[in-house]
Design a protein around this ligand. Structure first.
Ligand SMILES: C[S@@+](CC[C@H](N)C(=O)[O-])C[C@H]1O[C@@H](n2cnc3c(N)ncnc32)[C@H](O)[C@@H]1O
Length: 348
């Protein structure tokens, strides 16, 4: 694994280490050696069975489902510091080389773009042709595991999230008419635009898509050349400093970003986004929810740590960034409760 720490915007470090520092700050707690010893034993048992099952060629779907559930159970009952100590143990276990045959798991673990949660990784979930080469080069075992990971509850929720975003863009275009202006923050490859009727029918004035990764911005520029989409290479920090003079919008949203931002930065960003809304404009932010069950597998074999949030966490961000009487807000879950959405309308 390339262990690169990139300060993407000077305020949000998108690395498993930075997320770990958020959830298990040594200043707040002390490692309980007895708890660690017990948890290590339990983990060793779980992984020994998985290894044996791979060697005995048990159905890979069964192995990964059992392992993921067992890791979740260990994660939820151990303290954050103990769990953080277990992660490298799992990653260095001989069973890891089996899970790494899944092209999605491997991409996440190796982080070819140097940070967690890049847009190419999401393409494994979307089943986009951009990952066809990686899939074609996979072993039969890798493909069987990918069949599980791409259909895991978190992946189902990410595909639903993409569709919810498309739906919002099309609804806004329907209600605002041809002057509708959209801003996507941390746009990735902007896959939600592929299915937008409003975009296809030329019913938007502009759709600004901002991302810090030049490769993702290049992909958007290529895929949506000749449309009203304006890709911009820029970071959350650029939004804070007003570097790009983006103007105002009817709909601003961020998906796959707040999962990496602590509360302080989330509140600051939400405030900024509210300022960029026209009267009656809508801001939406999505976050992986505490209800997710593949968290243990993601944090170990995928080395993909996220800040999971509850409904109350989402309200804390909304209340910390808006003034009562000036907005209408709601928090709601996607169908399988793996992703939670904060939606704020700025009253006109
Ligand atoms: C998980 S992807 C989400 C992509 C897309 N929004 C989606 O839902 O499929 C996260 C994206 O956030 C971008 N990103 C992360 N931190 C950022 C920052 N501080 N400023 C701008 N973009 C950022 C990454 O470059 C990456 O493309």
């Amino acid at each position: 694994m390339r262990n690169v720490e990139i300060a993407l915007d000077g305020e949000s470090l998108i690395t498993p280490e930075s997320i770990a520092a958020e959830v298990a700050s040594p200043a707040n707690s002390q490692l309980d050696e007895a708890e660690l010893a017990l948890a290590r034993t339990e983990l060793a048992l779980v992984l020994a069975i998985s290894l044996q099952q791979f060697e005995q060629q048990v159905d890979p779907a069964q192995i990964i489902a059992r392992t993921a559930m067992a890791l979740h159970d260990i994660r939820i009952k151990t303290s954050p510091l103990v769990w953080q100590a277990l992660i490298p143990i799992a990653q260095n276990h001989p069973v890891s080389r089996y899970f790494q045959q899944d092209p999605f798991t491997r991409w996440s673990f190796e982080k070819p773009r140097g940070y967690s949660g890049d847009a190419q990784l999401l393409d494994f979930i979307y089943g986009h042709p951009s990952v066809a080469g990686e899939i074609a080069a996979s072993t039969p075992l890798g493909l069987a595991l990918y069949d599980y990971t791409k259909n895991a509850s978190s992946s189902v929720a990410v595909r639903e999230r993409r569709d919810i975003l498309t739906q919002h863009v099309d609804e806004i275009a329907g209600s605002r008419g041809p002057q509708a202006e959209i801003l996507t923050i941390a746009a990735g490859h902007l896959r939600e635009a592929n299915r937008s009727k409003a975009l296809a029918e030329g019913r938007l004035k502009r759709w600004v898509a901002l991302d810090q990764d030049p490769l993702s911005v290049g992909s958007i520029a290529q895929d949506f050349a000749g449309t009203c989409i304006e890709p911009i290479e820029g970071s959350v920090k650029d939004i804070f400093t007003g570097k790009h003079q983006l103007g105002t919008f009817d709909f601003v949203y961020a998906s796959g970003l707040y999962d990496y931002l602590n509360d302080k930065v989330s509140i600051k960003l939400t405030r900024k986004c509210m300022e960029m809304l026209k009267p009656n404009g809508v801001f939406l932010f999505a976050n992986f929810a505490e209800d997710i069950v593949v968290d243990g597998y993601m944090e170990t074999f995928m080395n993909w740590a996220l800040l999971l949030r509850t409904e109350a966490d989402m309200w804390r961000i909304i209340k910390g960034s808006t003034q009562e009487g000036q907005v209408e807000a709601q928090v709601r879950f996607g169908a399988n409760r793996n992703i939670v959405y904060g939606i704020i309308r700025k009253l006109g």
